[in-house]
Design a protein around this ligand. Structure first.
Ligand code: PHE
Length: 339
């Protein structure tokens, strides 16, 4: 029996030494220590060993099992670390090689213009306010003096989610949210995505706006003109002039459309300004006293001005982009122009 045990240990040693992979070792483990393995067979033979020798032989069998288990464990660890090393060697990447595939990105023109506009207004003392894109009808329309079924709703086609909920059609609801939660003086801009079911060369179902709001004592149209002139001169060039044309918005009274002198022909008239020398850039006005009162601000004590512009439209003017849809195609050849 002793000899059989020694032979078994010797056999296992050789088999383990010959293993070249973790899988081989597992097979050896099954062969020697498994249910139908050689050690188990040996144990079955114990019944033929004379009773007085059994304790001694039993010990030897235990030692054999421990020895084989130990050898297997250390071989397994060796092979596992060797396999890992080989894998790392095989899969290593030379990071100094030029892949030729990966190109460096750049900011999208809409983002560039948005950042520039935000910079200008924060430089003029405005802070940034934001709000939800899924908005209540109340904040988007009713508080802004556009009751349900009012014809002015046709000015902004709307994606309704339910009777009372919609995708905001402008960022004016952020102004309402600010006025209902903050006391004047207020001086904010509201950048963000807005949604209207329009889709053609100058409209997109999702576009970005920046609206502005100032509420304080004695605010007049002159303040609006002054701020917007400073803004236009920083956005285009220092010779840019602005003019106000009468317009209509339910939330401002009086309301204006703001034009700037064409930055391409400087007022002479060209293809971009359709020969007029002027380009419309935004809508604005004096906040309708009804809106202030709706938001809990006393319209006898305070007044304000508000304006709103579309960022894609400004990007189109600034970069001479003829079709808004190009801004959404993300053609790399186009985007590269803005690096
Ligand atoms: N909210 C208007 C729009 O999106 C723009 C605007 C804002 C006009 C503020 C006047 C004053 O069309």
């Amino acid at each position: 029996m002793k000899e059989r045990i020694d032979l078994l240990i010797e056999g296992a040693k050789q088999a383990i030494n010959a293993c070249e992979s973790v899988v081989d070792v597992n097979n050896v483990k099954v062969k020697f220590l498994g249910k139908n393995g050689e050690l188990t067979a040996l144990l079955k033979g114990m019944k033929d060993v004379p009773a007085e020798q059994r304790p001694e032989i039993g010990k030897l069998v235990n030692v054999a099992r421990d020895t084989i288990e130990g050898l297997i464990a250390s071989k397994q660890a060796d092979l596992a670390s060797k396999e890992l090393e080989d894998k790392m060697q095989r899969e290593s990447v030379d990071i100094t090689l030029d892949s030729g595939v990966c190109q460096r990105g750049s900011l999208h023109p809409t983002t560039l213009v948005q950042n520039q506009i935000i910079d200008i207004f924060t430089g003029l003392g405005f802070s940034i306010a934001q709000g939800p894109e899924i908005e209540l009808d109340f904040f988007n329309f009713q508080a802004l003096n556009i009751p349900k079924d009012h014809p002015a709703r046709d000015m902004q086609d709307t994606f309704y989610i339910s009777d009372d909920m919609l995708l905001r059609t402008h960022t004016s609801p952020v102004q309402v949210r600010t006025m209902t939660s903050q006391k004047p003086p207020i001086r904010i801009i509201c950048p963000g995505k807005v949604y209207r079911p329009d889709d053609d060369a100058t409209h997109s179902p999702m576009f970005q706006q920046i609206e502005g709001l100032v509420v304080d004592k004695n605010i007049t149209l002159c303040d609006l003109k002054g701020i917007l002139e400073k803004f236009a001169q920083q956005l285009f060039d220092s010779n840019t002039k602005t003019r106000l044309r009468p317009s209509y918005f339910p939330f401002t009274e009086p309301s204006v459309e703001v034009d700037v002198t064409c930055s391409v022909c400087h007022g002479k008239g060209c293809r971009i300004c359709k020969g007029t020398g002027w380009i419309e850039i935004l809508g604005a006005g004096i906040v309708n006293p009804k809106v202030l009162d709706n938001c809990g601000i006393d319209s006898k004590e305070y007044s304000g001005f508000a304006f709103g512009l579309g960022i894609e439209r400004i990007a189109m003017i600034k970069y001479g982009i003829p079709d808004m849809r190009i801004l959404f195609d993300n053609d790399v050849r186009f985007l590269k122009e803005f690096k």
